[in-house]
Design a protein around this ligand. Sequence first.
Ligand SMILES: Cc1cc2nc3c(=O)[nH]c(=O)nc-3n(C[C@H](O)[C@H](O)[C@H](O)COP(=O)(O)OP(=O)(O)OC[C@H]3O[C@@H](n4cnc5c(N)ncnc54)[C@H](O)[C@@H]3O)c2cc1C
Ligand code: SF4
Length: 557
Amino acid sequence: MQHVDVRMRRYRTDEEVDYCIVGVGAAGGVLIQRLARAGFKVVGLEAGPFWDTERDWVSDEAGSHKLYWTEPRVIGGRDPLALGANNSGRGVGGGSVHWAAFTPRFHPSDFRVHSEDGVGVDWPMSYDELKPYYELLELEMPVAGPAYFPWGHPHGYAYGPHPMGGVGDILIKGCTKLGIRVSAGGPVAILSGSHGDRPHCIYRGFCIQGCKVGAKQSTLISHVPDAIKNGAEIRDNCMVARVNLGKNGRVTGVTYFDPAGRECEQKSKAVIVCGYAIETPRLLLNSACPGFEKGLANSSGTLGHYLMAQAGNVILGRFDELVRMYKAPPAHALTEEFYETDSKRDFARGFAIQTVGPLPISFAKQMMVAKGAWGWGMRKVMMDYNHWAALGLLGEILPWHDNRVELSEEKDKHGIPVAKVTFNLHDNDKKLIEYGKNKVMEVMWAAGAEEVVQEPRYAHLVGASRMGSDPSKSVVDKFGRTHDISNLFVCDGSILPTQGSANPGLTIQALAARTADYLISQGDDVFTSSSRSMERPPVRKNLSPPGTWGKGVPRLT
Ligand SMILES: Cc1cc2nc3c(=O)[nH]c(=O)nc-3n(C[C@H](O)[C@H](O)[C@H](O)COP(=O)(O)OP(=O)(O)OC[C@H]3O[C@@H](n4cnc5c(N)ncnc54)[C@H](O)[C@@H]3O)c2cc1C
Ligand code: SF4
């Protein structure tokens, strides 16, 4: 599946298709695959290139920057987010191309944080509604992990765990000394054995650089080939500038810039925006029009607000023995022992601790921030790289109204206003980060480190087009349908109302599979009717890419 023959069905732009999907990333890739399999006419417009894993990717840290969305963005607020390589993907597969592929599920409590902990907001759905999609996606990616994963809703993985790298050994040693339960070898969407025509992991540690080997899941290799086989068209290097609204209050398609920079229009019966936590609100805000002066589908005024990032401090420890942290996928061991609210702490919600394993360039940047390393000091610490280990805090930052995406005055090369991203930490977030960071340091010391330093950082942007039941407080309903416009949907990380302290990629892809089941159940009603059924759709296991459903060793579910 890895070597995609990109000959595919082509639609004319004046030919009205059923669905136009904006952004073929983590969510967009799963969605387009299912809609194509169900027989819809579907076109995916993707701002970045259609990667050829052999031709375009290199096992080289410096050579991989083109995988990220590095176009200009304006940042602000009291605690501005560093963007660029830290966040969005660009190109078919989106962020799943450069993700580390840690794939824990959200906990049942994540769906009820307001009811249980009095903070944030409840989701308009329960864990049980998403659980069948977690199970599907874990087989489709597939995810390798332990036979028993004890946190949240305990479950096991159908594919066996990975062997430990040096950093995993350190996390396990430190946690065991302190009596903290820890999971070894996953969950991670990396093959621990060969699967179909994809080979198993060779443990060279270039996961964040795109995994040239094809052992790590990205929708580019797991879902997009099946989408194309089933008649989807993916137009790469096409940047969507506006979603267009017709006179009848329904969207009619999108305006985009093709690879030659020409402005084109694609007509479609429905539009699904899958552009990520920043680009989705940016696009809808830029699609403001009479009737929607504050942004398309923004009658609630919440579009762009409640943007979230997880606290992602990296804690680095120096060990006398060799660690060689590059010799494994960065994602291979974690603990979720501190995930839930604990009344003994002075903040709500919690955090996870995970292996990180930066390669030398990232390590140099971390040493510059954490130790002020520079000049000869930097050379010395770089020569010592193989003795260092890095663990990551993954902490839940709550959704706040003042953390937001807006349009700035500045324009990009197409004349589209650049996104302005404002971010502030609040009291609960600061206390959580302080406590979590100290706990990770404690683990590092317990593992035998002789020096421990840390780099403050954020990871995983989500939110800003929040889902909810109340149209005056959210942008989309629980199936991703905008409250305002019945044939306009959002399907990506931007719809998350809260984020837990699990990496969001599995949840984002599971939500996409669920939205697809909903759209298939609704059939042509989506294109013609304004009434909306809120009935739970049947789970369609027969839409999984071939050779995935029912495979692996049955485990506790
Ligand atoms: C270094 C790194 C490591 C990570 N590791 C993990 C991990 O281990 N586990 C995990 O769960 N998550 C991880 N993540 C986060 C994960 O990658 C994202 O949460 C996920 O990819 C978001 O999915 P999405 O569908 O919302 O957006 P994306 O996957 O980013 O897809 C959006 C797509 O839309 C396209 N697009 C945007 N705007 C337009 C437009 N106007 N026109 C056309 N196309 C457009 C983009 O080019 C992109 O391809 C990591 C992120 C980074 C940066
Ligand atoms: S360590 Fe494994 S998953 Fe990561 S890039 Fe290498 S082969 Fe791919």
